[in-house]
Design a protein around this ligand. Structure first.
Ligand code: FES
Ligand SMILES: [Fe+2]
Length: 457
């Protein structure tokens, strides 16, 4: 439970808000690289941390993220002409470069120097891992580039999708670090049905659906363990990472696939959820990787930076029961196809006989429950249990980070200490320390470094 004031503090992320100031200390995922597929392509409108922005890839390939409105009389730059290393407003022709400088003002007399005094808002960008990131904070506090382990994978080894979620970022994020919901919302069976005994998690669920969760604070956020009792076999332990403020790094089942999410606030009541999956270098790129939204074989990713083939293909196959279906409409600003207007396509017969929810798709199940909490969940009314430990710890960490930033310090996760993080899963003997047993798997081994993408920082 939070007080109303605490809830407001954590949920409001616009310019000048305490949480907004914390978030502006990190590189913010702004859009997918393929949304700006080539130089001088059409610009894209984005909303980040409550700010309306326009992104464009200029002639030399560099991406600009600028304030959405022209400095002259506020026309939207989405209509703009993206040409010769700048975006030109179509109302009276004023042109701005990636840094926000007005570089041409053809509506004023040639001898005028007025353009030298005019700027629009512009944020630095960085492109890696198929994502264009923006830095929206104080220039002198810009952190090192966001070189997450997954972002450094060669393109054929990674997949990325994103979807618009219609609720505040915090309840979406809290759903991600809430380990126990998986036993119900996603993997649950109708009462009386047993779980698959060939799978460790299934065997554990047949003993008890209540897991034990433990959290270990780190300088980037925390590492957390979901512990399932397997009796004489020991404990089945999944160890994941949370990197401040919105990144989760986790395993996908017991496969070598590593995946996770980034819950990026568009504004106080809307979130863009990025879903990534990777297979480590050395694994065959053809190995099928699912993004949690039904992503397809990595080999089908178009490495030229265009829209991934599996995604384009899946768009045409949207429909219940299609394992490759993607519940997002990339042609409608990444809105979810199954959404609150169609009750997320819930099938009550399936809910009675096959799955816990009757709602198709893992991420759709998340959206259904998280959006149902209201645009901003009222945390003054909640009742937290023992498995909400990660959520309680994360809230404390956010409140502490707010204080740190207000006092002029650096919040967790702005150094490069998260670069090598990987999730891991294993069996831990009864009474053993999961951290000691599994810690070797929590970081990328050095021998893999040479297989990664080379990026200038
Ligand atoms: S409003 Fe953009 S040039 Fe006039
Ligand atoms: Fe979930």
């Amino acid at each position: 439970m939070l007080t109303q004031e605490q809830n407001d503090t954590l949920c409001h992320i616009g310019p000048g808000t305490p949480m907004g100031n914390v978030m502006r200390r990190y590189w913010v995922p702004a859009l997918l690289s393929w949304e700006l597929a080539e130089p001088d392509c059409p610009p894209v409108t984005i909303k980040l941390l409550g700010e309306e922005l326009v992104a464009f890839r200029q002639t030399d390939g560099h991406v600009g993220v600028v304030g959405a409105r022209c400095a002259h009389r506020r026309a939207h730059l989405f209509w703009g002409r993206n040409e010769e290393n700048g975006i030109r407003c179509v109302y009276h022709g004023w042109k701005f470069d990636c840094e926000g400088a007005c570089v041409d003002m053809p509506s004023e007399p040639e001898e005028s120097n007025f353009k030298d005094k005019v700027r629009i808002l512009a944020y630095p960008t960085y492109e890696v891992g198929g994502v264009i990131w923006a830095y929206m904070g104080p220039p002198e506090k810009k952190p090192p580039a966001p070189l997450f382990d997954w972002a450094m994978m060669p393109a054929p080894n990674r997949a990325m999708s994103k979807v618009w979620q219609q609720c505040n970022w915090l309840q979406a994020f809290e759903g991600g670090v809430d380990s126990v919901h998986v036993n119900f919302l996603h993997g649950g069976r109708p009462p009386g049905q047993r779980y698959d005994e060939s799978d460790a998690r299934g065997r554990a669920n047949n003993r008890s659906t209540a897991i034990q969760s433990e959290v270990m604070p780190t300088d980037y956020g925390f590492v957390y363990a979901a512990i399932r009792d397997l009796g004489d076999e020991g404990d089945h332990v999944r160890v994941y990472h949370w990197v401040m403020p919105w990144t989760q790094i986790r395993n996908l089942g017991d496969s070598p696939t590593i995946s996770g999410h980034m819950w990026v606030p568009m504004d106080d009541e809307n979130t863009m959820v990025y879903n990534w999956s990777t297979v480590p270098p050395g694994e065959r790129a053809e190995r099928a990787v699912r993004s949690g939204m039904g992503g397809r074989a990595m080999a089908e990713v178009d490495t030229d930076g265009n829209r991934p083939l599996w995604f384009r293909d899946a768009q045409m196959k949207v429909g219940a029961g299609n394992e490759f279906a993607v519940d997002v409409d990339a042609f409608n600003n990444f809105r979810s196809i199954n959404n609150m207007d169609n009750q997320y396509s819930i099938d009550r017969a399936v809910q009675k006989t096959q799955t816990y929810t009757g709602i198709p798709g893992t991420n759709t199940q998340d959206r259904a429950v998280q959006e149902s909490m209201g645009a901003i969940a009222d945390r003054t009314l909640e009742r937290l249990g023992t498995t909400d430990r990660q959520i309680i710890n994360a809230r404390r960490a956010f409140l502490k980070a707010i204080k740190t930033v207000e006092d002029g310090g650096d919040p967790p996760g702005v150094s490069d200490s998260y670069y090598r993080l990987r999730p891991t899963t294993g069996l831990v003997p009864k009474g053993g320390s999961w951290y000691e047993v599994l810690k070797a798997g929590l970081f990328r081994p050095e021998e893999e470094d040479e297989l990664l993408v080379k990026t200038a920082t």
